[in-house]
Every structure is written in C-alpha cells, then in structure tokens.
Design a protein around this ligand. Structure first.
Ligand code: NCD
Length: 315
C-alpha cells in the first residue's frame, strides 16, 4: 500500500525537502529550547510510549547514539539493529523493502543508514512510519547538515555573510552534499572548495550552486582561502566508497589541518568536521578555541531531539 500523505510529509530524506529558511529557524528555536531544558534536567517527556527503530547497515557512533539518546531524553524508547548488514535478515537475502515493511510495524519512526544512495527513498516508499535518512551511501545525510548549520550559528552568531572552505572528499561526502542544499537559503555565502582533482564536487552540486547564485571557487590549495574563511569544513576521505585501495592511498593524505594551517586561519572562525576523523585534523588543533568539531557532535543531540519531536509528537 502506498504511504499516506501525512507520512510522506514527515519523512526526512534529503536536505532538498526543506522549503525555507524559516523552517530551519523554527527547528533551531526548538533545539535551543530543548538544549536549555536538558541543561536544567527538565526535558518534557513528549515522546512517552513512542518507539524509534535505529537500523544501521553501516558503522556509526555519533548518529546512532545521538538519535538514541535524543529519543530517550524525550521519554521515548529505542529499538536498534546496529550491524544490520551482518546481523539482520539481510544476511539471509531479505530485501531492504521487506525488512522495512516489517520494522515499520514495530515502531513509530525509523532512522536508517545504508551503503546505497537512494536507500532512504526506497525505504520511505514502503514504510508506514516516518523514515529519517541517517546517511545513504555517498548520497545525503540531511540531519548532519542541520546540526552543522546549528553549530555555525552557535559558534559565529550568524548564518549569513560567511566565507566557507570545504576541504577533502567533496565527491563522496554525503554530509556536504546535504549542507550544500541548505546554504543557498542564506545571504552572501561564498565557498572555497578545496580538493584533489579526483575528489571534486559532483556536477550535480556545482550546477546547483550556479543555479542558486552561490559564489564558489574550486581550488587544490587552501593557502589563499584560510586567511579569509569564517568556517573550515574538513571531511574524512571516504575509504569505503573507493573502487580500489590504490586510488584511496593516492589521495588520503592530501590535506592535513595542523598547527601551520591553524596559523593561516582567521579569527574568529569555526573548524567543523562531521567526524570521525582519521588524520585530517591533528590532535594539536583540538585545544584551539576555533576547533568546534566536538561541540558540533554534541549539538547533534539537540537538533535530533528537535527533529524527533517535530516528526513524532502529534502522531
Ligand atoms: C559522517 C557520515 O557517516 O557520513 N559521519 C557522521 O555521521 N557524523 C562522516 C564520515 O563518516 O566521514
């Protein structure tokens, strides 16, 4: 049976579905109030008796645990399949569609991570409950993009008038693919896209930026970009997406943000990374006040609380 209109409205599959800056502002206002309530130990249990299923076919630390923690803090409960590729009926040959049809009968919403781009849409097409995309291959990761914006707002006090340097694996980084669809909502954004040739932004996203009149420059070196950047967004080179280990080895150390890079960066600024990092940010950078990546991971909790409340509270 096709999902109902009501459910369609509540899937979170792509950053593209956010229609306005206002929608994101409203979510952030809720996230801020939940953050304050959490600090005071006074989060209202609005999701009492609701069940969230976290179904992860790829590894995760932050996304799965922050969604789980967000659900528990709101009074809900969590079912989890954390290595679904190995321990679910997928090993017996069950299709994603069949698994989701079954799982959606056991819960009120599904958070799904899967190695194939488009998997969240496929799941949403058969699910009777809202599906939240927690990363679909090299496709998208919309909830990460929301927490990235929330972090920039908290760190720098604004989302307009920003120069942002994106570094590393621009080809496969799904967090960036989602972020690039939200940035055009804001005024005077300028991007410096720093990557090796092999890992340049897909044309889908360069075309989008052109269409939305977002200024961007593609560079191989960050030395001219860092002194004028308000935000540096580092990414991990996504080893698991490469066709061969040789190709990965050739680009994996292309950009290492160390104390020398820190010396080039303007101040104030915010250094972001969706994490996990491998070696692309040196530990020596962690204590600099501009290193925002651990705060960014914590912010994910509040943004995901706001999202779950929005998706589930009145169901
Ligand atoms: C990212 C992901 O899974 O896409 N991690 C995350 O969710 N914070 C980035 C990555 O794995 O490099």
């Amino acid at each position: 049976m096709a999902p109902t209109r009501q459910f369609m409205l509540h899937h979170v599959l792509s950053a593209q579905q956010f229609a306005s800056r206002q929608e994101i502002d409203d979510l952030f206002t809720l996230a801020e109030s939940l953050e304050r309530a959490d600090y005071l130990g006074a989060v209202p249990p609005v999701l009492n008796r609701k069940i969230l299923a976290c179904i992860f076919y790829e590894p995760s630390t932050r996304t799965r645990l922050s969604f789980s923690s967000a659900m528990l803090k709101l009074g809900g409960q969590v079912l989890t399949a954390e290595s679904a590729a190995h321990f679910s009926s997928a090993t017996k040959g069950e299709t994603l569609e069949d698994s989701i049809k079954i799982i959606s009968g056991y819960c009120d919403a599904i958070v799904l991570r899967h190695p194939e781009a488009g998997a969240a849409e496929r799941a949403a097409a058969v699910s009777t409950v809202p599906v939240i995309n927690a990363g679909d291959g090299a496709g998208e990761h919309p909830t990460q993009a929301l927490l990235d914006l929330y972090t920039i707002k908290k760190e720098l006090g604004r989302l307009d008038n920003l120069k942002i340097t994106l570094v590393g694996d621009l080809l496969y980084s799904r967090t960036l693919h989602s972020l690039l669809q939200l940035l055009p909502f804001y005024q005077s954004i300028e991007l410096f896209c720093v990557s090796p040739d092999e890992l340049r932004l897909p044309t889908k996203y360069t075309s989008l930026l052109q269409e939305k009149n977002v200024r961007f420059t593609e560079l191989k070196d960050w030395k001219d970009a860092l002194p004028q950047s308000d935000v540096v967004y580092m990414t991990r080179v996504q080893k698991e997406r490469f066709a061969s280990l040789e190709l990965y080895e050739a680009v994996k150390d292309a950009y290492i943000f160390d104390e020398t890079a820190l010396g080039l960066l303007k101040s104030p600024a915010a250094i972001l990374h969706p994490l996990p990092r491998v070696n692309e940010i040196s530990a020596a950078v962690d204590n600099d006040p501009r290193a925002a990546y651990f705060r960014q991971a914590r912010n994910g909790l509040f943004v995901r609380m706001a999202l779950l409340q929005t998706v589930l509270a009145n169901k």
